[in-house]
Design a protein around this ligand. Structure first.
Ligand code: SF4
Length: 337
């Protein structure tokens, strides 16, 4: 049995009808150990949110499996009612848009107390008030009396997102899928929200699948964890954050990192940008043959990259890369034959 608390195994998700079928997620596999942070990064439309929804149980995979604590969460084989409940409560999602994910007609108390009472984490209203107050304090919404009777529209975007975090915590999850959880928050509030999410990991041992288009945010939040870079539905590189940030191997990872601005404007100006052959992201309806990055890749090798799709292979030190050039350089030419 693996050590992963949550694991994606060969996940595939297709949308549409037989006439116009697109594959939004194509053979994605990775696992997350308890207490670990794994970031999924990539441009919008690369399949990271779809992957997150499959992990959180909001979307059924077309193929492949999601395992929680070793159990296949979609298959019925050997899954008891307790297993299903453990997964439903154990994996929670924080959505990008707190405006859409909080019921506008409920007070903050009602939003947070409903799951507490429903799942019997508290027995009565007095206990619910105590728990809700604790949760609001934990996410930095204090004094509690200023928030508990308010409606979502009476709060700022940053405060609403803190309520979303508190709501995810009501059922004491082991895993949180945070889908662009800080991207709609002002830059000035982003760091404090990331600090709150980080404190949940330190204090409560929460495991994260952190989804973001912003490599700078991934670097900040997951320095002790790992980053999986996605491109057009597949993972092209998976490595520890320091490895990926300091020494990216896949050309797409290099391009993403070369576009991240530095704190020092002088450093940003002097930074060498990887020149892509094209800036157009391929359509899911007309994916290129071979490596899907080849129409943009400055290292493209004719007759190989446009013919054969590279597999995601281990290249040592716990990192995985899907690139013929990298496999050739690190594993030797036979590896790509
Ligand atoms: Fe570039 Fe070829 Fe590697 Fe694809 S396989 S990233 S085209 S070098």
């Amino acid at each position: 049995m693996s050590d992963y608390i949550i694991e994606a195994q060969n996940l595939v998700r297709r949308f549409g009808s037989r006439k116009s079928l697109v594959t939004a997620v194509d053979n994605v596999s990775f696992g997350i150990e308890e207490g670990e942070v794994v970031c999924l990064v990539g441009e919008s439309g690369c399949g990271k949110t779809t992957t997150g929804k499959m992990i959180a149980g909001l979307l059924k995979p077309t193929e492949g499996r999601v395992r929680y604590a070793g159990r296949d969460v979609w298959g019925d084989n050997g899954r008891s009612k307790e297993d299903r409940k453990a997964y439903r409560l154990g994996v929670q999602i924080i959505h990008q848009d707190p405006y859409a994910s909080l019921n506008p007609s409920h007070t903050i108390f009602k939003i947070l107390s409903t799951p507490l009472l429903h799942h019997r984490f508290v027995q009565n209203r007095a206990e619910a008030i105590e728990q809700v107050s604790e949760l609001l304090t934990r996410v930095g919404l204090s004094p509690v009396e200023d928030f508990i009777t308010k409606y979502p529209h009476q709060l700022s975007g940053g405060q609403r997102q803190r309520v979303s975090v508190a709501r995810a915590l009501t059922v004491k999850p082991k895993v949180i899928v945070a889908d662009e959880a800080v991207s709609m928050v002002d830059v000035s509030l982003r760091v404090s929200l990331l600090d709150i999410l980080g404190s949940l990991k330190r204090d409560l041992g929460v495991t994260y699948l952190f989804i973001t288009h912003d490599l700078a945010v991934a670097k900040f939040f997951a320095w002790a964890g790992r980053i999986a870079v996605m491109y057009v539905g597949s993972i092209v590189e998976l490595a520890s954050t320091p490895q990926l940030v300091n020494d990216p191997l896949h050309p797409y990872s290099k391009a993403l990192l070369s576009a991240v601005p530095e704190a020092d404007p002088e450093l940003t100006r002097s930074k060498e940008r990887l020149q892509l052959r094209s800036h157009d992201i391929p359509s899911l309806f007309a994916l290129p043959h071979g490596c899907r990055f080849h129409p943009r890749c400055p290292f493209f090798m004719e007759g190989l990259c446009d013919v054969k799709r590279p597999d995601l292979v281990p290249v040592g030190n716990g990192r995985w890369v899907a690139c013929h050039l990298v496999a050739r350089e690190i594993l030797g030419s036979d590896a790509v034959a």
